[in-house]
Write a protein of this length. Structure first.
Length: 241
């Protein structure tokens, strides 16, 4: 049985993700900005909390960690190279680390760009990618610490993942990203369909995530950039959009 994922809305536009591994009954929260929504989701599902997986150090990804650790005794997992900026880590990981999550494993992918210590997690058993603020639907993260070349290389690390992979991004930015993406490829039929779908979902107050990696490859202007120069120009244009 595969790992399941559920979005937990937090703050104004954040998503934390509730992961459940059904074979051994393990549960995790990814990037909890706040404790209260996570606790509510766990209690509703009648689940414990075994792990907290962190992608990077920004406050809107770690704010709920202390309260969740105090309440559940969950183990905190994060990038060992960035430990000084993260809550106390129980499991320090790096590129290629495989984290045991019940009967499943999470593969750690170092993806500098948004921050230098940013990591993503991939779960083959369930086909789930947790990219934090590296990859958004129809967009990518701002370059607060890294360079365009680093982010371009980081996004390329997802190239070996199957099209059916569920991309569980950390923010609901898809509607605004769609507007920019259409300025880059106004005649992209797949993008036009996705933009209409996104508009309909947001009008109903529904999330646009998760999305498949195949959809993103067909529509996301940053994944579709063929060179560092093309990526750099698109990121600069998006910053001014």
């Amino acid at each position: 049985m595969a790992v399941t994922v559920q979005a937990i809305p937090m703050l104004s536009d954040n998503y934390s993700w509730l992961l459940h591994e059904p074979v051994m009954g393990k549960t995790a929260i990814v990037d909890p900005a706040e404790a209260e929504p996570a606790i509510a989701a766990l209690e509703k599902a009648e689940l414990p909390l075994d792990f907290i997986f962190l992608t990077h150090h920004h406050d809107d990804h770690i704010g709920g960690v202390p309260e969740l650790v105090a309440r559940y005794g969950a183990k905190v997992v994060g990038n060992g190279a960035d430990a000084a900026r993260l809550p106390k880590l129980d499991i320090a990981v790096h590129e290629g680390s495989m984290v045991d999550f019940g009967a499943a494993k999470l593969r750690v992918i170092e993806v500098p760009g948004h921050t230098l210590g940013h990591i993503a997690y991939y779960i083959a058993d369930g086909g789930v990618l947790l990219p934090g603020d590296t990859l958004f639907s129809l967009g990518c993260g701002r370059l607060f610490e890294g360079t365009p070349a680093q982010m371009f290389a980081s996004l390329a690390k997802f190239a070996d993942l199957p099209d059916a992979t569920l991309v569980c991004c950390a923010h609901e930015y898809t509607a605004s990203n769609a507007k920019f993406a259409l300025t880059v490829e106004p005649d992209n039929e797949a993008l036009l369909v996705r933009a209409a779908e996104v508009a309909a979902l947001r009008e109903k107050g529904q999330p646009t995530l998760p999305v498949t990696l195949g959809q993103e490859r067909a529509t996301n202007p940053f994944l579709r950039a063929k060179t560092v120069e093309e990526f750099t120009a698109r990121r600069a244009a998006k910053d001014k959009f």
